[in-house]
Design a protein around this ligand. Sequence first.
Ligand code: XLS
Ligand code: CA
Ligand code: CA
Length: 436
Amino acid sequence: MREYFPEVKNVKYEGPDSKNPLAFKHYNPGETIMGKTMAEHLRFAVCYWHTFKGLGADQFGADTIVRSYDDAADPMQRAEQTMHAAFEFFTKLGVDFWCFHDRDIAPEADTLAETNKRLDTIVALAKTLQNDTGLKCLWGTTNAFSHPRFMAGAGTNPDPHVFAYAACQIKKAIEITHELGGQGYVFWGGREGYDTLLNTDMKRELDHLALLLQLAVDHKKSIGFDGQFYIEPKPKEPTKHQYDFDAGNCFAFLQKYNLVPHFKLNIEANHATLAAHTFHHELEFSAVNGILGSVDANRGDLLLGWDTDQFPTDLYDTSLAMYIILRAGGFTTGGLNFDAHVRRQSIDNADLFYAHIGSMDAFARGLKIAARLIEDKPLEKAIQDRYAAWDSPFGKDVAAGKMDFAKLQAWILENGQPTPRSGRQELLENILNEYI
Ligand code: XLS
Ligand code: CA
Ligand code: CA
């Protein structure tokens, strides 16, 4: 069997004192934290598109990275080699899950029939490799944004012919995800938005997008796929405005079209910052509304205003993310998918490993920090204390809606001015630092 990453053997946990760059210092998959192993909590997934198909090209320049699995002239042979390389990588890294778009794993042909036949060939190979290695599919998805036919959107396209094409592609992608035992399926509205309102019928587009999702829900039921559907918010890029702007927008959309029971959100860190939110905010909004499903773990760059999809290494981010996730009950079908790519100058195979190892360690540390925060409750206590007046008899009556405006006025006339209280932000930031 050909080896595609010969310079790296299986990555192991060596503990915080290890100086081996190809070992975990903090991610110890079997270690138990709050009743579950680290592997069960974190549910790491490697993404197919950036990790194996991304070879360093950007808007200003061509590929910089050469991988040995990419050396076959025939596109299907290349796809097969890539799949073998991917499973070698997953196994050596020691993750349990992977994620893919239909177009990542098999090249598109001239007709839908031929394209789907190619997918079947590659999916059969992926299934065998899953069985051989124990790897599982966290989620599958459709790329309905790269092909020129989707330049004006997929479900939101002004042409029903394109809507139909997108539907066929989604149908097949759900079927192959089901075939691979996928635990979920993601809808990212890559071009479901607009570049100018001068040529856009927004009402129709929103209705059509909802219809496409409803048809997907119907199809899911008809084939008995019980994986979780997710919408992945992103405010812009590639279009100027995308309808699935942020978690708040997605939730409103799902409510309007009665889709809430069928969808959760896949929150990506970099998309949160593009929407001028924090990762923390998007996770918390989803958690409090019961729609937190899965996470695309990456980060942006504060000095670059686009979707740089860098590997996550910031311990504040990973700690606060794990804090929200644990408090929301942890992942069920979801996980931490590294939707991230190495930088254009990181051209060695080893760089792919360093990137994933560092991010897995960063989340492992985040998990441990979050668990201690949950045990000691410093933030929880501070918040409880801040809102304690709502637990007084008066506060309870107000919250229960027992006090109308007239009663509130009478109460104020009797009780006068409220007493200002400190929000203690700096103190809480200091306390958080003690844990990190
Ligand atoms: C692009 C998105 C995409 C989705 C899956 O910005 O992050 O990769 O995760 O289509
Ligand atoms: Ca993503
Ligand atoms: Ca992204």
